[in-house]
Write a protein that binds this ligand. Sequence first.
Ligand SMILES: Nc1ncnc2c1ncn2[C@@H]1O[C@H](COP(=O)(O)OP(=O)(O)OP(=O)(O)O)[C@@H](O)[C@H]1O
Ligand SMILES: C[C@@](O)(CCOP(=O)(O)OP(=O)(O)O)CC(=O)O
Length: 433
Amino acid sequence: MTSQPHKITVLVPKTSDDPNPIIHQATVSAPTNIACIKYWGKANPQYNTPINSSLSVSLDQSDLRAVTTASASSSFDRDRLWLNGSEVLDAATSKRFRACVDGVRALATDKVVVDPANGANRVVVTKDDWRGMHVHIASYNTFPTAAGLASSAAGYAALVAALVRLFGAEESYPGEFTAIARQGSGSACRSLYGGFVAWRAGGAKSDWSDSIAEQVADELHWEEVRAVILVVSDAKKETSSTDGMSDSVATSELLAFRAREIVPKRMKIIEEAIKAKDFESFGKVTMMDSNQFHATCLDTYPPIFYMNDVSRSVVQMIHKYNAWAGEIRAAYTFDAGPNAVLYTLDKHVVELLALVLKYYPALSDDLVGDYVSNLALAKEALEFKLCPSLMAAVEKTGRVHKHGDVKMVYCTRGGPGPQTLDPCDGVFDFKIE
Ligand SMILES: Nc1ncnc2c1ncn2[C@@H]1O[C@H](COP(=O)(O)OP(=O)(O)OP(=O)(O)O)[C@@H](O)[C@H]1O
Ligand SMILES: C[C@@](O)(CCOP(=O)(O)OP(=O)(O)O)CC(=O)O
């Protein structure tokens, strides 16, 4: 993880009071997560809490990650944020950014270093000193931002995790950091852990401190699970999740019914499926919940359309595939956009990718390396002989071998939560002058 495509150069002024300003820094990466049971609808927009619990898989960070450096210094004159190389000018006053910075800083501890002269511990910054410092934050995503690939989840999780490292913050109750991250973006609370993560809706406590994420199983528990992501569009979506869910809460009676009656049952089913490594049950409830989330979007007035014709053709293909196999081998899910995430098991991933490359091919087989994130797997898939009866079933839906509907394919898997990176992976290049 050494490439820094968005290195930010910042000039820090020397003053007569402070000729050698000290800049404290921490850099982390954080994963995206893709929900199997969807969060859609806020119970309390002020605290950014949900009307129902949700559950997701945190994805491996090799391809998809947010990398964030958080820095603090008494020589900074204001809080600043850079995203993907450009400064976000009004960021420091945004409610989401402030909730994360102020929330983590309130949990800061003293920074202690070992004095090389005598080996004794020395406090270099007291927890109160941190309050007098401004922060500079720089972050970039290794995948399209705001395109329905959970960039806000990875981004705010990386922000909170970097601030936790910077300030040496400590939780006063388990899950407190996730309660802070959810105020950045709801789904971000789930990216603070690896593997399978539930966000418990909470609401029994008046300050919503029980609306936190919790790891259901780590990334090693069910290592066989794979995620194949079909990027149908990497354009910024028309209706943001925040606006979309606000309209849904205001107008969809189906959404209220779903949150009250359906999701609690589905949370139980999926948690049991994960514990028992039961893909049949995991896959079915994942597909049904994606369908119901998009049904609530259609039930919103005016309706919201996130899936498109390509998304729907993927749904049909997956149902034909599972029917042909006589079992659930792949499960689709769609967030607030047309991109498909297909969960499967390692024993079926080549077959599934072969199916994807047959009906959503690269421009040419020679260019498959630019099209699929895992070249070795793509080559295996190109060699794989699909069963004629499976192809006949898919083609009955009207699907043909057609390039262009999918822009790129990520082949990935579950992975760990935020990782602390080496200082040389930092996103800043500070020049003191
Ligand atoms: N690395 C990051 N650091 C800080 N903030 C980020 C980062 N990446 C994205 N964001 C914030 O998240 C916003 C995008 O969130 P949005 O919910 O619109 O898209 P998304 O998360 O990609 O899609 P979805 O939530 O539907 O999967 C950006 O405009 C920015 O404010
Ligand atoms: C469809 C979803 O991806 C919605 C994600 O919504 P956000 O977490 O982006 O919303 P805000 O809390 O308003 O920032 C489903 C999910 O991830 O559970």
